[in-house]
Structures are given as C-alpha cells and as structure tokens.
Design a protein around this ligand. Sequence first.
Ligand SMILES: Nc1ncnc2c1ncn2[C@@H]1O[C@H](COP(=O)(O)OP(=O)(O)OP(=O)(O)O)[C@@H](O)[C@H]1O
Ligand SMILES: [Mg+2]
Length: 315
Amino acid sequence: MRRVQQTSASQLSVLIQHAKKTFPSEAIKEQFLEVIDLYPDIIARDILIEVAEELDRLVALRSLKEMIYEWFATIVIQNRRRAFGLKESEHSYHMIFCGNPGTGKTTVARLMGRLFHALGVLSRGHLVEVERADLVGEYIGHTAQRTRELIRRAEGGILFIDEAYALTRGGEKDFGREAIDTLVKSMEDLRHRFILILAGYETEMNMFLRTNPGLPSRFPIILTFPDYQLEELLDIAERMSEVQEYRLDRSARIKLSEILRQEIQTGTRPFSNARFVRNVVERAIRRHAVRTVKSPALSRETLMTLKAEDFSAES
Ligand SMILES: Nc1ncnc2c1ncn2[C@@H]1O[C@H](COP(=O)(O)OP(=O)(O)OP(=O)(O)O)[C@@H](O)[C@H]1O
Ligand SMILES: [Mg+2]
C-alpha cells in the first residue's frame, strides 16, 4: 500500500520522497539522538528525546516514522541555515490523515505537535481535536464564527478535524461548506500560526478531496494509516501491557491472537485496530484483578501476569 502520496509538487514532499530512499533503519530513536547530540544549541532537547522514545514505542508505521524524521532533519537544517543568513524554504505542514479507527491518527498528531513545538515551528504545540458538530452552526454566519473561534484556540498548535469528510455531507446548501471556506482562508492568512489536519476513512477522504477541487493543492501531505496486521496488534497489546507493568504469558498471547483473528474476520466493520486491543487489554486487567484478588500471598509474578482466562472479546 502506498502510504505517502503527493498531491502537489511542493518542495517539502519532493524532499521527503527523496530522503525516504536513504533512511537507514527501523531505529528512529537512535537517528534522533545522533542529531540531537550534534546540535548542542537545540533548546528543547528533553522534549525531543521524549518524542523520539514515544515514536520508537509505536508499533509498525514505518513510513510515517521516516517522514517524521525527515521533517525533523529539515527543520534542524532550516534553523541552521537561518543562523547563516540563508534563505528558508517555504513549507506547508497542513495534512490529511487517512485511516480506519484506532490506527494511530490522534496519537501521531499529538506527537507531531510536540515535535514542531520543540523545534520552534509551533509556539505551543497543543492539539485541538474537533468534529463536524463542533464547527457547524445553526444559521448563516454562525459556522464561520464557530470555526474561527476553534482556529483561534488552535493557534500555535494543531487543529485536528476528525471525520472531516462529514463537512460536505449535506451538499451545496449545507453549512459544512462555510466551515471549509473559513478553514481554507485561515490556512493562508495564518499559515505559520497553526497546522490543520483533516482526518477520516480513506475512501471518504478521497471523495471529499475530489468534490472540493481547491483542496488537494492546499494539502501537500496525505498520510495513510494502514490497518495493523495480526502480529502488529499482538505487539501493540504487549507494549500496552508493558507500560502498565503487566505481561502476557504464552496462553494469553494465543488466546488474544484467536480473539483478534475472529474480530478481524467476522467482527463488525470497520475493525477498530489498536483501540480494540486497548479495550481488550483493559478488560483483561480487570478480570485479572477479579481472578487474583482473593488469593493469599500474591507474588509479584502473579500480580504482573495476564493469562488466557483474563481475555475475552466482549468488553
Ligand atoms: N502503532 C501503535 N503502537 C502502539 N499503540 C498504538 C499504535 N497505534 C495506536 N495505538 C494506541 O491505540 C489507541 C488508539 O489510537 P488513536 O486514538 O491514535 O487512533 P485513531 O486513529 O485516532 O482512532 P480514531 O479514529 O478512533 O480516533 C491509543 O491508545 C494509542 O496509543
Ligand atoms: Mg482519533
């Protein structure tokens, strides 16, 4: 699957496409640390290290990690060029995220905000996450007003619009159009003051872009978040458990992989990927508690180990 598409020949996307071929390995964190060490004048080192570690902990999403590293390198070099009085190239970071639920869109958007903030691109780096209902008002002019207010809240950070395709749901007369027009205007007027990310299912987002001819050229970057493979979902479950100081024994891994296979094949669509895994793991932690709470003299091992009987699909 093509994960990074170009909709316009912006300088940034060309640079990224080129750099993609030269990215050396999986270990994004080491790449970051090497650069951070080379530039002692980078101010927000600790935040950058944290971001690198969090990126590293994300399972799969290789193309995306590569792209983030390339932005990182580009911004570090731009900052260095500025110090030499060289011209800075114009970059637009407005983006479209395509993907099913639970594929990591919000997580990545939040990380990007922190990264851009640490590198001085965004003054705050926070994420304002909204959907159609937050933008669309009840009378003419109301939508523009609400949209402008949300853009104001997102200044210095990222305005993330989930299921953005819903803005064109109602056709020509719908107020969703007013929201789009206001967004497009602000993207240009406040170009360096906030980043706009429109997110949604791939098919719907493609349709959304086709029905709004002015939009594709305004979003040089389209990132696709693919559904996770079974093995990746299992890794995600292990990492989620690890963070909370639990681990899955062999029986639990087998049970969980059965649950996941079942859900992917026959469950309600669309499959909610890592979000489904999170729910199953949280449920397992509760069931583990019920299973162990009356045992005398609990060992550290027992307190940490999730077993097959703790796992079930329904939450
Ligand atoms: N690659 C990954 N590795 C580890 N954890 C992940 C990964 N992707 C997602 N997660 C976890 O799965 C959960 C859901 O992710 P997130 O909310 O970012 O997905 P989303 O695409 O925004 O979903 P939705 O469309 O439902 O809003 C979060 O707890 C997140 O930390
Ligand atoms: Mg989300």
